[in-house]
Design a protein around this ligand. Structure first.
Ligand SMILES: *Cc1c(COP(=O)(O)O)cnc(C)c1O
Length: 435
């Protein structure tokens, strides 16, 4: 597998280099030169494969010979050791539950796969791998749990003070060992800017072997394609072949992976990018002007991204033509008010509790149906996190229905370990250099 930079199509690096660099020096993003189509026979019979089997087929197709088959197989079996069920809510409405991993969020797929890929590529006697990650909530927990105890790695997580939920904060700050958390007095975009600047800082790169665990790392994106194929397989078993995926979107890694799956031949009728009021992409669809903005805090805080990093990847999949994107993708944004009503409605209609991010994806399916008149396709909305991570959102009967999984109960009462800091690069840099 060879990868280029979205800022330099002539660049060609191998998978290992892209994984460890995370970002090319030119601040573009890595994309595969080739995205081969899977064999039609595999797609036609996909419902006879298990999730790990599908994952191996898909990973092998895109990674080609980046590592021996047995190693890839064991990485997948170890990383993807939890299910991704499609749950039927009614005849044409399904929810793809991506929250059955250790941090109860879809980011477990990316983080667990990436940590094992990195550990596979680390060579004997190399210096410690320093993972820097900015999180608006769920990334940090997934990365912390994905790397916890992995030898020769140290993880530094930056999160915006006061903008993550109590459970998310527990997942970020109670680990110890090779995981440390920095609480930034600022927004997620500030955290992301600090991390991005660290990656292009000569002195830091000299001193440390830096790498990123954000959704910008290509090894985070690839495993997220697996569950789209697996969801399609489950729907096919039910006799559904016209499928619409609605994806709660912030940094656009999740939907980017869906589009990568589509490029590899997954027959998807439509993707919907569902956002909160951080609507840079939906606004772009309407006006044709791409205007990144500062992020706004919302109920669906893991989607509070004003300048989605992965958008450029999606554009390159469509040769930078917005009209081409629009053939496959639509985009819609929703307010907190609408989100609250949706949580209530989903509960009343289906006796099912959605997290605020997931609620937005459901709203987008409903809207899409009204606008397109397509009520026959299977509308699948992705559930990106377990509702228990957002306890403030629920009241009464809904709150009672949310159960707390063991993964969370075991963290309660553990002491918080985090360093507090302003959004100043020099302070961050000197902390890294002296700790
Ligand atoms: C990260 C996250 C999102 C947004 O995913 P992107 O890949 O950044 O678009 C949505 N929901 C939850 C719960 C998340 O943690």
């Amino acid at each position: 597998m060879k990868l280029y930079s979205t800022n330099n199509p002539a660049l060609s690096v191998d998978f290992k280099e892209a994984v460890f660099n995370s970002l090319p020096q030119d601040k573009g993003l890595y994309m595969p030169h080739e995205i081969p189509a899977l064999e039609q026979d595999f797609i036609d019979n996909i419902d006879s494969y298990s999730l790990p089997e599908i994952a191996f087929k898909v990973a092998k197709n895109i990674l080609q010979n980046a590592m021996p088959d047995e190693d890839l197989k064991s990485i997948i079996d170890d990383a993807i050791d939890f299910p991704a069920p499609v749950v039927k809510l009614n005849d044409n409405t399904y929810v793809l539950e991506l929250f059955h991993g250790p941090s109860l969020a879809f980011k477990d797929f990316g983080a667990r796969f990436m940590s094992r890929i990195m550990s596979h590529f680390l060579e004997e006697g190399e210096k410690t791998l320093n993972v820097l990650v900015a999180t608006s909530g769920d990334t940090g927990g997934a990365v912390a749990l994905g790397f916890l105890g992995v030898p020769n790695t140290q993880v530094t997580i930056l999160y915006p003070k006061g903008k993550v939920s109590p459970i998310q904060e527990l997942q970020l700050t109670t680990n110890g060992q090779n995981i440390r958390a920095i609480e930034i007095d600022g927004t997620f975009d500030d955290c992301q800017a600090l991390v991005k600047q660290a990656f292009v800082d000569a002195e830091l790169n000299e001193r440390f072997r830096l790498t990123s665990a954000n959704s910008i790392n290509i090894s985070r994106l690839i495993p997220q394609t697996f569950y789209y194929f697996n969801a399609y397989a489950q729907l096919k078993k039910e006799g559904k072949s016209d499928v619409i995926f609605s994806v709660p979107s912030g940094n656009f890694g999740n939907i980017g992976a869906g589009l990568l799956a589509w490029k590899m031949g997954l027959p998807v009728k439509q993707f919907i990018a569902a956002t909160n009021v951080n609507d840079t992409v939906p606004a772009f669809f309407k006006s044709g002007l791409y205007e990144p903005k500062p992020s706004i805090a919302t109920l669906s805080n893991a989607m509070d991204v004003g300048n989605p990093s992965n958008w450029v990847r999606i554009m390159t999949l469509f040769k930078n033509e917005l009209d081409e994107v629009k053939r496959v993708v639509s985009a819609e944004s929703f307010t907190d008010e609408q989100t609250r009503v949706a949580v209530q409605e989903v509960f009343e209609k289906f006796d099912y509790v959605v997290c605020p991010h997931t609620a937005i994806a459901w709203l987008a399916v409903e809207d899409y149906r009204k606008v397109s008149g397509d009520y026959s396709s299977a509308g699948v909305f992705l559930s990106t996190a377990h509702p228990c991570k957002f306890p403030d959102v629920y009241e009464g009967a809904i709150a009672l229905k949310v159960e707390i999984p063991e993964q969370v109960r075991s963290l309660e009462g553990k002491p918080k370990q985090a360093v507090e800091m302003g959004a100043d690069f020099d302070v961050f840099k000197s902390y890294l250099l002296s700790n």
